[in-house]
Design a binder for this molecule. Structure first.
Ligand code: ARG
Length: 582
C-alpha cells in the first residue's frame, strides 16, 4: 500500500549496504518529511550522522548513497544540498497511482501492524468522589490512544483502574450505615444522592467524632474480612458512583471495562509474600518496605516504597504491583499503557523498579506511562468555577454544548436559515463535545493546557469546528453536484501546486498513525488533520471542482472525497463524530 516512507527507508538500507558494506545494514536513514517543500518531500540527514563512523566528508558519503539509491519508481532524481542533506521529491505519477489505490481502500491504505495485546489503563476515577478534570484528560487521551491502536489491528483491553478500595471506605461505610440505614435494607443506592456531598458529610463526621473514627476503623477491618453487611454497603457506594461515571462516559462515547483496585485485593498478600521470599522486603518502623535505588529522601538516604503499612493496610503501589503481575500473567499483554497526570510519574517508575527487581517483568513487555499536564483556568491557575469550586464534568460538558448551540443559533439567524430542533440539538451536542475533546488532544499532552470555551469553539484555527467544517464543505460539494461517488472512475491527475500539496499530505496519514503508535502523542494526529483541512481549503480556493472540465473534475472530486474520508477516519480516532451539515 502507500507506506511510502517505509519503502523509501528500505531503499536507503539497500543503498547503504551497496555503498559501504553490510556493517551498515539496518542503520536508521534519518528520513523525515522535508520542512520546506522547496527542497522536496523528504530529507535525510544520514550522511552527516555517518561522517565520524566512515571517516569521510558528509558530502562524499551523500554522493555515494545517492549513486546507489534506487528510488526511480517513486522519486525524481535525488539531490544533495548544503553539507550533505539528501532531498527526495515524489514523482507526480507515483502520487497519482497511490491515490488511485487509496480510494477503494476502506482503511485509506493504512496497513495493519503486527498484532499486540495491549492494556490501556485510563480514566480511573475514584469511588464516592467527583470525577475531576484530570480524569477527563485521562479519559479523552486514553480513549484516543486505544482507538488508534485498535485501528492498527491491536487487541486492546481498555481498563478502568477505579479507586474503589482502601481505608477511606471505612469512613464512607460508617456514614452510610448510620445516616442511611434504609439504603442497606432496600438495597437502593439512589437514596445516597449526590456522592460528593455524601463524602463531605462523612469526612466532617470523621474529623469531629472520635466514636465515628473508631467505628470507621472497624469497618475497614470488616471490609478486608469480607463481612456481609459491610460489603453490601461498599457495593452500594460503588453502584451509585458508577451511575455518575456512566453518564460521563455516555456523553463522551467511551467504552471501558471496570476493573477497580478491589479486583486485585485478593492478590496483595501474595505480593508481600513473594517480595519477602526474594529478600527485597525490609521492615522499617513497623512497615514492610522495599528500598528504592536512585530515590533518596531529604537526608540522602534511600527512599522506601511502603508495601504493607504498620496497621496492616496496603498502598496504592501494592495494588499496582499486583495489577502488573496479573496483567502480564493472566491477561498476557505485551504492552501496558498508563494514562495519568505527570505527578504520578515517580509512582510508576518506583512500582516498575520493584517489579523488575523481583523479576516479574519479562523482557518483551513494554511498560509506558503516558503523562499529561494540568488543566488550567484563564488565570493560569488550577481550573475552578467562578465561585472557586471544583468544576463538575457534567456541567463543563453541558456548558460547551450550550455555547455551541448559542453560536449555531446566531449563525442560523445571520444566514436567515431555518433548521429543525432535532438538527440544532444534534449539531450542538457534536460540536460542543468535540470541541472539548479536540482542545485537549491537540495540545502536546505533557504541557498544561488552558481551558477556554471561546478558543475551542472557534471556527478558525486548530479547533474541532474548523475540521468539522472542512468535512462539511466536501459533503456540500457532493450534494450540490448531485455526485454519486461510486460512479467516479477513480482516475487522479495532479497539476496545480495545491493539488500536489494536498495529495502528498493525504498520503502521510499512515505515517502519522505509525508515529502515534510509537510515541502515543494524539496531538500528532490533530496537527495532521488540521494541516489536511488547511491544504484542502487552499486547494478549494485555487481549483474549481464542480465547474472544472474533465478529467480535472473527476480527479478533484476524488481528492475532495479522500480528504473527507481521511478527516472522518482521523476524527473518529480522536473520538470525534462528524456532521454532514452544520
Ligand atoms: N485512581 C487514580 C487517580 O485518580 C488513577 C489510577 C491510574 N492507574 C493505575 N494503575 N494506577 O489518580
Amino acid at each position: 500500500m502507500n507506506a511510502t516512507l517505509a519503502q523509501l527507508k528500505a531503499c536507503f538500507d539497500q543503498a547503504l549496504t551497496a555503498a559501504f558494506g553490510h556493517e551498515l545494514a539496518g542503520t536508521d536513514p534519518l528520513l523525515v518529511p522535508a520542512s520546506n517543500p522547496k527542497f522536496g518531500d523528504y530529507q535525510s540527514n544520514l550522511a552527516m550522522a555517518l561522517t565520524k563512523q566512515l571517516g569521510q566528508p558528509p558530502r562524499q558519503i551523500a554522493e555515494a548513497i545517492v549513486q546507489a539509491l534506487r528510488v526511480e519508481d517513486f522519486c525524481e532524481p535525488p539531490t544533495i544540498a548544503g553539507p550533505g542533506f539528501i532531498n527526495l521529491r515524489l514523482k507526480t505519477a507515483y502520487l497519482e497511482q497511490q491515490l488511485q489505490q487509496m480510494q477503494p481502500s476502506e482503511r485509506l491504505g493504512v496497513p495493519l501492524s503486527k498484532r499486540q495485546r495491549v492494556i490501556v489503563d485510563f480514566s480511573s476515577p475514584n469511588i464516592a468522589k467527583e470525577m475531576h478534570v484530570g480524569h477527563l484528560r485521562s479519559t479523552i487521551i486514553g480513549d484516543s490512544i486505544a482507538r488508534v491502536l485498535e485501528f492498527l489491528g491491536h487487541d486492546v483491553l481498555r481498563l478502568n483502574h477505579l479507586g474503589d478500595w482502601g481505608t477511606q471506605f471505612g469512613m464512607l461505610i460508617t456514614h452510610l450505615k448510620t445516616a442511611y440505614p434504609e439504603a442497606l435494607t432496600t438495597a437502593n443506592a439512589l437514596v445516597l444522592g449526590d456522592l460528593t456531598s455524601f463524602y463531605k458529610q462523612a469526612k466532617q463526621r470523621f474529623d469531629e467524632d472520635e466514636t465515628f473514627r473508631e467505628q470507621a476503623r472497624l469497618e475497614v477491618v470488616a471490609l478486608q474480612a469480607g463481612q456481609e453487611d459491610t460489603l453490601k454497603a461498599w457495593n452500594l457506594l460503588c453502584e451509585q458512583s458508577f451511575i455518575a461515571f456512566a453518564e460521563i462516559y455516555r456523553l463522551l462515547d467511551i467504552q471501558i471495562t471496570n476493573r477497580g483496585e478491589s479486583f486485585y485485593n485478593p492478590l496483595l498478600a501474595g505480593v508481600v509474600e513473594d517480595l519477602a521470599k526474594l529478600g527485597l522486603l525490609v521492615e522499617d518502623q513497623g512497615a514492610q518496605c522495599v528500598f528504592l535505588e536512585g530515590f533518596t529522601n531529604k537526608e540522602g538516604n534511600p527512599l522506601p516504597l511502603i508495601i504493607k503499612k504498620t496497621d496492616g493496610g496496603y498502598n496504592y503501589a501494592t495494588t499496582d504491583l499486583a495489577a502488573l503481575r496479573y496483567r502480564i500473567e493472566q491477561d498476557q499483554v505485551e504492552r501496558i499503557i498508563y494514562v495519568t497526570d505527570i505527578g504520578q510519574g515517580n509512582h510508576f517508575t518506583q512500582v516498575w523498579q520493584v517489579a523488575r527487581r523481583a523479576g516479574w517483568i519479562p523482557e518483551n513487555i513494554e511498560l509506558v506511562h503516558v503523562p499529561f499536564g494540568l488543566v488550567q483556568g484563564e488565570d493560569g491557575k488550577k481550573f475552578k468555577t467562578r465561585s472557586g469550586d471544583v468544576v463538575r464534568l457534567r456541567e463543563l460538558l453541558d456548558e460547551a454544548v450550550n455555547r455551541a448551540r448559542a453560536d449555531l443559533e446566531a449563525r442560523l439567524q445571520a444566514e436567515d436559515r431555518q433548521e429543525s430542533e432535532e438538527f440544532i440539538a444534534h449539531a450542538s451536542q457534536v460540536v460542543g463535545i468535540s470541541a472539548v475533546k479536540y482542545a485537549d488532544l491537540s495540545q502536546n499532552r505533557t504541557s498544561n493546557y488552558i481551558f477556554n470555551y471561546d478558543k475551542m469553539l472557534a471556527l478558525q484555527g486548530n479547533t474541532a469546528p474548523y475540521l468539522l467544517y472542512a468535512y462539511v464543505r466536501v459533503q456540500g460539494i457532493i450534494r450540490k453536484g448531485g455526485i454519486d461517488l461510486q460512479q467516479l472512475d477513480g482516475k487522479v491527475s495532479l497539476q496545480d501546486e495545491a493539488e500536489l500539496t494536498l495529495a502528498k499530505h493525504l498520503l502521510q496519514f499512515d505515517e502519522t498513525l505509525s508515529a502515534l503508535e510509537a510515541d502515543l502523542m494524539p496531538n500528532r494526529l490533530c496537527q495532521y488533520l488540521f494541516e489536511l483541512s488547511q491544504k484542502f481549503n487552499q486547494f478549494y480556493d485555487r481549483c474549481s471542482i464542480l465547474q472544472a472540465a474533465e478529467p480535472e473534475r473527476n480527479s478533484r472530486l476524488a481528492l475532495a472525497d479522500l480528504t473527507a474520508r481521511t478527516i472522518k477516519q482521523g476524527l473518529n480516532l480522536l473520538g470525534i463524530q462528524v456532521l454532514e451539515r452544520m
